[in-house]
Design a protein around this ligand. Structure first.
Ligand code: CUA
Length: 333
């Protein structure tokens, strides 16, 4: 688990994948994030101006009206009561500033929320769980987890519309270079859309405290060109090899099947991530570790040691059974 950096949300680096690990909202690579960056600068400019004016007046006052030798210490400064001009000025100017900020913010919120989807729009449903992301493509009948594959959009002709909800507590979808934060709330649908301008993997995180593994609820948006995305989607749609291995038998005999789905097997649980194409994902444990046989083995052996409090129990499997299951899961491409 090398290369863990604070700036990258503790995201693991996946070898061979160009990554947008910048979690800087001032370097947007999608339209909603760019609109939010612009309004961010506008608000910063106005507040910086206010700060400059107020600080200047304070500095001037301190210098100009400081105590000097020979001052009469009992003399009060001139008292100004009921000056309509002064009171109007310090009431009206802040009101105007506030209304300008509200107006500009509302316009950006409106334009982002009401943007009409381009003809080529992908619909993805993202469901928050403690502590992972379920990712469903209704039009493709794909269910995966923690890694959202989308077509990238250098010319603005592609977009991905996200439908966001939660099965337990409130989570928040946040990929800083793609969009602002949007909450995932039980029994409610929220929406966001993204149109990554460059290919590669964008890192994100849950941005709403949702329990003790909140910080390890990591997210990747993988943007590719259309053909690569279509190839990925077809890979996810195809049935997994149905040969019955020792690992599959072991997996099906354990309580794994109560929480996980592997299409075409007895595993039909919906509580945990769908594992049908687990081996095609680059990370496991919601982005905590790269998807290698060693990491997978450590994870299955004792998830509680890696992600204390997570909802996957430590089954304490014996050596052979554990190895068989790890190698079986490795075949789920
Ligand atoms: Cu999910 Cu914080």
């Amino acid at each position: 688990m090398a290369n863990i950096g604070l700036l990258a949300f503790f995201q693991v680096q996946v070898p061979g994948v160009p990554e947008h690990r910048v979690t800087d909202i001032f370097k947007p690579l999608a339209s909603p994030a760019a609109a939010e960056r612009d309004i961010g600068w506008f608000a910063i400019a106005i507040t910086a101006l206010i700060f400059f004016v107020v600080a200047s007046i304070i500095v001037y006052t301190i210098a100009r009206f400081r105590r000097r030798p020979g001052d009469d210490l009992h003399q009060e400064p001139a008292q100004v009561y009921g000056s309509t001009q002064i009171e109007l000025a310090w009431t009206v100017i802040p009101i105007l500033i506030v209304f300008v900020l509200i107006g500009v913010t509302a316009r950006v919120v409106w334009s982002v929320e009401n943007a009409s989807p381009p003809p080529s729009t992908l619909h993805v449903r993202v469901v928050g769980h403690q502590w992972w992301w379920e990712v469903v493509y209704p039009d493709y009948r794909i269910t995966t987890a923690n890694e959202i594959h989308v077509p990238f959009s250098p010319d603005g002709k592609e977009a991905t519309y996200l439908e966001l909800t939660s099965v337990d507590v409130v989570h928040s979808f946040w990929v800083p270079q793609l969009s602002g934060k949007v909450d995932l709330i039980p029994n409610r649908l929220n929406y966001m859309w993204i149109d990554p301008k460059q290919s590669g993997a964008y890192v994100g995180n849950c941005a709403e405290y949702c329990g003790n593994q909140h910080a390890n609820m990591l997210l990747r948006v993988v943007a590719d060109d259309r053909p690569t995305f279509q190839a990925w989607a077809q890979g996810q749609q195809k049935a997994v090899a149905s040969d019955v291995s020792a690992g599959r038998t072991a997996f099906e005999s354990l309580s794994c099947i109560n929480c996980h789905v592997i299409k075409g097997t007895r595993a039909i649980g919906r509580f945990g991530p769908d594992l049908t194409h687990l081996a095609s994902r680059s990370t496991i444990a919601a982005g905590m570790m790269t998807n290698t046989p060693e990491h997978l083995k450590a994870w299955i052996n004792d998830p509680q040691a890696i992600k204390p409090g997570c909802l996957m129990p430590s089954l304490k499997l014996g050596g052979t059974e554990l190895d068989q299951i790890v190698s079986y899961l490795g075949t789920l491409k």
